[in-house]
Design a protein around this ligand. Structure first.
Ligand code: URA
Length: 252
């Protein structure tokens, strides 16, 4: 949130969903915006988000503090906000309130797929806490033939060289051959967890893509490198206590 709950009018309008920064410029010029009942055309006018009344075409606008996006992370992009050698997640995101945003958790540089990008540190903390068992689903291609013994091992928990076995995970085998494909759902987020689980079963991961997290599915219309704001329904799933812990409420 901006300092002292105050922000420029154009930013306020964009964050209230009126349009992009350039659309907002045109709307301001048209005279459709009023602040406390007085027409206001200047983009730089400071708004106090808690006490000023802003209308556009007569409709009262509310400031939305929570921003949540989904990003289709491409391979080669690092899950960080800054990096000297590689493109980062934030290099792909052109959101008006980009400065407030950060990715929830990490994907390896070669992993593709869903990353949630939000501005709420407490929510991110809850989603990443091992206590909450947030579901994360991946499409995976591995070397060698997957078998029901592998699915059993995933369901029981696997020794990946740490004090505790991994939590029970779901392995749904999709195809078997020289390389095999599967969907795997895990409920924790240890370092390189999926790759280490398959390695412990004798399989090298050749390709990994996250398809869902916390009940939110990667939008198939998003190409790698693209992002969009979460829909109202997706935001609801994310913020409802308990929903994020399992697959219930999943939209895909
Ligand atoms: N598990 C991995 O091994 N890598 C990822 O990027 C995510 C989960």
């Amino acid at each position: 949130m901006a300092d002292n709950d105050s922000m420029r009018l154009d930013r306020f309008l964009a964050s209230a969903g009126v349009g992009t920064r350039s659309e907002v410029k045109k709307i301001l010029k048209s005279g459709a915006v009023m602040v406390n009942g007085i027409p206001e055309k200047r983009a730089e006018t400071k708004i106090h988000t808690l006490c000023d009344t802003v209308t556009c075409h007569g409709r009262r606008l509310a400031y939305e503090p929570f921003v949540a996006l989904m990003f289709h992370k491409p391979a080669g992009c690092v899950t960080a906000t800054e990096d000297t050698r590689h493109r980062t997640v934030m290099d792909y995101i052109s959101h008006d309130r980009k400065k407030e945003l950060f990715p929830v958790g990490r994907l390896d540089i070669d992993t593709e797929g869903l990353l949630l990008v939000i501005n709420d540190g407490d929510l991110a903390h809850r989603m990443l806490s091992p206590k909450h068992h947030v579901a994360k689903t991946y499409f995976v291609r591995v070397r060698g033939m997957l078998s029901l013994a592998d699915a059993d091992a995933f369901a029981r928990g696997i020794d990946i060289g740490e004090k505790n076995l991994t939590l029970p995970a779901k392995l749904r085998i999709l195809s078997v051959g020289e390389t095999s494909e599967a969907e795997v759902t895990i409920y924790e987020g240890r370092f390189h967890q999926v790759k280490r689980m398959f390695a412990a079963c004798g399989h090298t991961v050749l390709y990994l893509k996250r398809t869902a997290m916390a009940g939110i599915c990667l939008d198939p219309s998003l190409a790698p490198g693209e992002w969009r704001a979460l829909s109202a329904e997706e935001r609801g799933i994310l913020v409802s206590p308990g929903k994020e812990t399992a697959d219930k409420g999943k939209l895909c």
